[in-house]
Design a protein around this ligand. Sequence first.
Ligand code: AMP
Ligand code: TRP
Length: 329
Amino acid sequence: MGKIVYSALQPSGQLTIGNYLGSIRNFKGLQDQYECFFNVADLHSITVPQEPKLLRERTLDLMAIFLASGLEPDKSTLFVQSHVPQHAELSWVLSCMSYMGQLNRMTQFKEKSQKSEENLNAGLFTYPVLMAADILLYQTDLVPVGVDQKQHLELARDLAERFNNKYSDTFVVPEGIIGKETGKIMSLKNPEKKMSKSDEDVNSFILLLDDEETIKRKIKKSVTDSLGNFDYNDEQKGLKNLINMYIAFSGKTSDEIVAKYKTENYSVFKEDLVQLIADSLKPLRDNYKEFISDKAYLEKVMKEGADKASYYATKTLRKVYKKVGFLPR
Ligand code: AMP
Ligand code: TRP
């Protein structure tokens, strides 16, 4: 087998174009080159409160978005995390090898725990261990994610090495694939902050399924600067973020874009960007509508995906249990 790719998203809300550019969009190109596993991380999502009915809907939604973005069940294994119990099982073994100190340094945990002090559950703390289990279970070589997952990926590497050193070679040590311009799309209202669907200001993010009017409104209101010169640099963070979106959707370089809009007002650039985003996302929106209305097909994809994933997951977990010293039944 060639190289293995694994990635996942949580079904914890509607996706933003940050999620799309940082992760999903890169999946399609990978499925033609590698053995790919793409997963709906429902176990991860309950680290924050979820309404059961909504969670079910969002799980199906994410599956439909995977398919709408061009992922094909014949090429990629598409499945739901809770359908393969080995994720939770390996997570337990790895958690017994994880240091509290290292988990305590996870910046996402620190941020999330500040936000939800009344719901500081143990799952939120051990969440990166579950993510390591996801990755290591499939002997993954490559993990396409956004910048915010870098530290979690580092933990997965550490755990793989720690286990290999202690019990002999068992896990592949994975590497990340993180986009230079798209690894961290920033908030439209505050370019110091990551674009996030949980932001209370709805104008700070564009949802994958937003229509053109909504995209227009949000881009129009997006923060740039009062300098007025069209450049791509770190002093003009708001503009740089918009240019990064333009780069991602057009395939043009920052130099080409700067040359094109150098003598224009920001508003001209913004109008073109709206059109570019809306046109690029339209096929995805149309495909999504078709897939989400065919529940029988979604269920078939999920079931076949889970069967295939289980095969690989069982193989790895068996090895792990044996090395740790658990008796076979
Ligand atoms: P999540 O919604 O937290 O499950 O994130 C799913 C994927 O989207 C992960 O690979 C994240 O790193 C990525 N992601 C989330 N927000 C952004 C963003 N603003 N820019 C780029 N990638 C992002
Ligand atoms: N923790 C990731 C996020 O919130 C989602 C995720 C779970 C993931 N398991 C993974 C990403 C394994 C990559 C590989 O975005």
